[in-house]
Design a protein around this ligand. Structure first.
Ligand SMILES: [Zn+2]
Ligand SMILES: [Zn+2]
Length: 406
């Protein structure tokens, strides 16, 4: 703990924060299918009896508008609400009640934290200057949730946007802050290669798509390494490969796929084109055919295919200063860019935005596993730190007077 205690206001919410987070953890839902989650969130907000307008611009996202007593900026605060297709492997009393679905990315915590912030700020609406748009966003994990909301006009009139993500590599009580491109632009891809199969002992009569696929994967990785700027990170991970079923028959097709990641959108386009070129040349060499499908194929014209999360200077300075002033500057950890993805990127591409990382690591509680791991768990003390951050931020933005007091 730093010199400053967490505000009484937040302490009063400690039980509710746990209750919300644990309910959500036990009842996870996959992207775009968060119907019960959305219903639960709306019920909780209605029970708060706040002067807010609750809207449902998409089937499973919720946007809550809180208008202050006087004029001021419009600030967007965003939590994501979806879970992952992972079988939970923890012994928590409130572990997932759904087979094969788990909140393994902490979105249950993000949602509980934002509910807590909404409740505290909503009860003090008379002190609020401007408008706060609380966004409970569906479908972050598969991408598309932010995109879908932006199409409904989510960002119209928004001056700044903020979000958090829990981080199991940062100890509880610390906040990770970084500037610029912090997370990757990504693109999932699926490839099918086909040609003639045949007798295992007569490869000269077949195209051997398995061999072609292996050559293509190796060549594509080599090409990425040799034909792009080595100082600009890029990654190609092949995460599945399916082909054949007999020992003595050469398969007539092979399927594989994975993801491409960069910190730079233009480089991502270059990387995609290198993969396509490699497939063209390698399949031609062996006389096989191929098809490649990218995740963003078929997007409406004018929509960006994929974007890197970008923490703007102005908003990040405000976030860092809010933490330093109200919570203690010793709580700030500098974070480095990573090639994981985050669809808050689509918001950060349109309005000045910042995502701060809230530490949830605690060895004593076994809260040490990475995001998306079946044993992932958080130190729930971080829930209060998440709320404290948002309240400090609103105070720093001077839209909320002296309420954070943390
Ligand atoms: Zn995730
Ligand atoms: Zn996440």
């Amino acid at each position: 703990m730093s010199a400053r205690p967490i505000a009484d206001e937040i302490k009063k919410h400690a039980d509710l924060l746990l209750q919300w987070r644990r309910y959500l953890h036990q009842h996870p839902e996959l992207s775009f299918k968060e119907f019960d989650t959305a219903r639960y969130i709306v019920e909780q907000i209605e029970a708060m009896n706040l002067p807010v307008t609750i809207t449902r611009p998409t089937p499973t996202s919720i946007v809550v508008h809180l208008v202050g007593a006087s004029d001021g900026p419009t600030i967007l605060l965003r939590a994501d609400i979806d879970a992952l297709p992972i079988q939970e492997d923890t012994d928590l009393a409130f572990k997932s009640a759904k087979d094969g679905i788990m909140h393994a990315c902490g979105h249950d915590a993000h949602t509980a934290i934002l509910l807590g912030v909404l409740n505290i700020v909503g009860q003090n609406a008379e002190q609020l200057k401007g408008t706060i748009r609380f966004v409970f966003q569906a479908a972050e994990e598969v991408g598309g949730g932010a995109r879908e909301l932006i199409r409904t006009g989510l960002l119209e009139g928004v001056d700044q946007a903020y979000a958090i993500h829990v981080s199991p590599s940062i100890p509880t009580g610390q906040y990770g802050v970084g500037y610029g491109s912090l997370m990757a632009a990504g693109e999932a891809f699926d490839v099918e290669i086909w040609g003639s199969g045949g007798h295992a002992a007569k490869p000269e009569e077949a195209n051997d798509p398995i061999n072609v696929a292996i050559q293509a994967i190796t060549a594509a990785k080599q090409l990425l390494e040799r034909k792009t700027d080595p100082l600009n990170p890029k990654l190609m991970s092949v995460t599945y490969f399916n082909a054949g079923k007999n020992n003595n028959v050469i398969s007539d097709r092979a399927n594989f796929g994975g993801t491409l990641r960069t910190l730079d959108v233009d480089l991502l386009q270059e990387v995609k084109s290198h993969l396509v070129q490699t497939l063209k040349h390698v399949t031609a060499l062996y006389g096989a055919d191929f098809r490649i499908r990218f995740e963003t194929d078929g997007l409406p014209p004018g929509e960006p295919p994929s974007l890197a999360l970008f923490n703007h200077d102005e908003t990040t300075r405000i976030a860092a200063s809010a933490i330093a002033k109200n919570l203690g500057k010793e709580r700030i950890t500098t974070v480095k860019p990573s090639l994981t993805g985050e669809d808050f990127a689509f918001i950060s591409a349109i309005v000045p935005s910042t995502m701060v990382f809230v530490g949830v690591r605690n060895e004593a509680l076994d809260a040490v596993y990475p995001l998306h791991h079946p044993k992932f768990r958080i130190d729930e003390a971080a829930l209060e730190y998440g709320v404290a951050y948002f309240l400090s931020l609103l105070e720093e933005l001077t839209v909320l007077e002296r309420h954070a007091e943390v």
